[in-house]
Design a protein around this ligand. Structure first.
Ligand code: ATP
Ligand code: MG
Length: 428
């Protein structure tokens, strides 16, 4: 019989399967704990917004808006876009829910983002971010808190091989003046500009600094540095941030060529990169966007945020051999024989009642004793409980430590939970 063809998965959009999930759950759990510890509140916002929101926030001349958005017209004729990042939606939510009237908020969210990029290792069309934002805080103290929170997250995860770069982009006014200097510098060497850079020269010349083209690096190195052209308040803000980071003992480099691909940033920008993942080396990035909220029609409110890429952090954990808590059950129940099967389901439920928090997986669908013992071993469980017909007749089960040479022991059904607890305590 001919099987019908299966629709293909979408390029650049991944299924996260059981082997990867422990990494994701580990990252998500540690992040959730830290946000709670720092007093950040979780928000969830839609994955689609009006296209205009992203155009007006991320900027018309950015790669994201020019060529990476998943934009479509809905059945009501409205232009909607799958979110390419979380900040715009969170800002929109803060404004439209009236969260910014004489209030300050520190919030976080997580979920899928969508960009029509060229899929490759570490770069996908649906990817996931954990994102946090602070609305209403002006000083460099919140900038440092945001960075310290991310640094603490790396420690909690056992992430190594990450480095922090910081920069300041000043205010829109100081940036405009710097932008003119930069254009003059690049225009003086037209023969050294590649095609991308020539295109960016008119719309977004700062992005040229971000070019990865080796042939451009000398010209970029000779360009004026933005940190030498900050307005006095932005310079003071940046000095303040550096002093706070120094006092907290975080290592960083000032990289005046760090510009970020979104238009809304002002003053502080930062990025954590790694040398363990090849060319997709940014694992977490963010910055301040003091003008954005007003630009979108909200009360003028200073703000800052960052986002980490879950796929890249998971890749980094795997690449650097970090052991994450597994998804293995603690206990595997082997149920072999007709009498055992009649009692098995209800018994395992009783043991689950007695052992909250302990992961108990049970064999379903029968099978020989030998096959089931193999399954128990392969499940990664620490303890096996064996219910055969002979045991079932006597009101007993055998309990065995699977990761030691100790012999199995027969227990009355009501004693099984106590025995499991004792064996698990010994194992840890
Ligand atoms: P990159 O320079 O790698 O394109 P970016 O500057 O576009 O990153 P942001 O928009 O700041 O990244 O997003 C924050 C984080 O999200 C990045 O540091 C990265 O870890 C992750 N990220 C961004 N784009 C992708 C993608 N297409 N696939 C997987 N992860 C991504
Ligand atoms: Mg990008």
């Amino acid at each position: 019989m001919n099987r019908p063809a299966t629709p293909a998965p979408i390029r650049g959009m991944n299924d996260v399967l059981a082997d990867d999930m422990p990494y994701w759950q580990f990252i998500e759990a540690r992040a959730r704990e830290l946000f709670a510890a720092y007093g950040y509140q979780e928000l969830r916002v839609p994955v689609v917004e009006h296209t205009e929101l992203f155009k007006r926030s991320i900027g018309e001349f950015t790669d994201i808006v020019e060529k990476e958005m998943y934009t479509f017209t809905d059945r009501g004729g409205e232009s909607l876009t799958l979110r390419p990042e979380a900040t715009a939606g969170l800002v929109r939510a803060a404004i439209t829910n009236g969260l910014l009237h004489n209030q300050r908020h520190r919030v976080w969210t997580s979920g899928p983002m969508f960009r029509y990029e060229r899929p490759q290792k570490g770069r996908f069309r649906q990817f996931h971010q954990i994102d946090c934002e602070a609305f209403g805080y002006e000083g460099p103290d919140v900038d440092s808190e945001m960075i310290l929170l991310s640094a603490r997250l790396w420690r909690a995860l056992g992430v190594s091989r990450v480095k922090l770069q910081i920069n300041s982009l000043g205010t829109p006014q100081s940036r405009q003046a710097y932008r003119e200097l930069l254009v003059r510098h690049f225009e003086a060497h037209p023969d050294q500009l590649d095609e991308d850079s020539r295109r960016r020269l008119g719309g977004n010349p700062l992005r040229i600094l971000d070019s990865k083209n080796p042939a451009m690096q000398d010209l970029i190195a000779a360009a004026p540095a933005i940190t030498d052209h900050l307005d006095p308040d932005s310079a003071a803000h940046f000095d303040g941030l550096r002093a706070l980071l120094d006092a907290a003992g975080v290592e960083y480099t000032v990289n005046p060529r760090l510009v970020r691909g979104l238009d809304y940033y002002t003053r502080t920008v930062f990025e954590w990169t790694t040398d363990a993942l090849g060319s997709q080396d940014a694992v977490c990035s963010g910055g301040r966007y003091d003008g954005l909220i007003a630009q979108l029609g909200g009360e003028p409110t200073p703000a800052i945020g960052w986002a980490l890429g879950v796929e890249r952090i998971a890749g980094l954990l795997r690449e650097t051999g970090v052991a994450v808590p597994g998804a293995s059950p603690d206990v595997f129940v082997v149920i072999a024989g007709a009498a055992a099967e009649r009692r098995g389901v209800a018994l395992v439920e009783r043991w689950r009642d007695a052992l909250p928090g302990i992961r108990i997986s049970s064999q379903l669908g029968g099978g020989s004793f030998k096959t089931q013992m193999k399954r128990a071993d392969r499940s990664g469980a620490t303890v096996a409980v064996i219910l055969g017909d002979a045991e079932a007749e006597r009101g007993e089960a055998a309990v065995k430590h699977l990761r030691s040479e100790a012999a199995q022991e027969a227990c009355a059904w009501d004693e099984v939970p106590g025995k499991i607890r004792a064996l698990l305590a010994r194992a840890s």
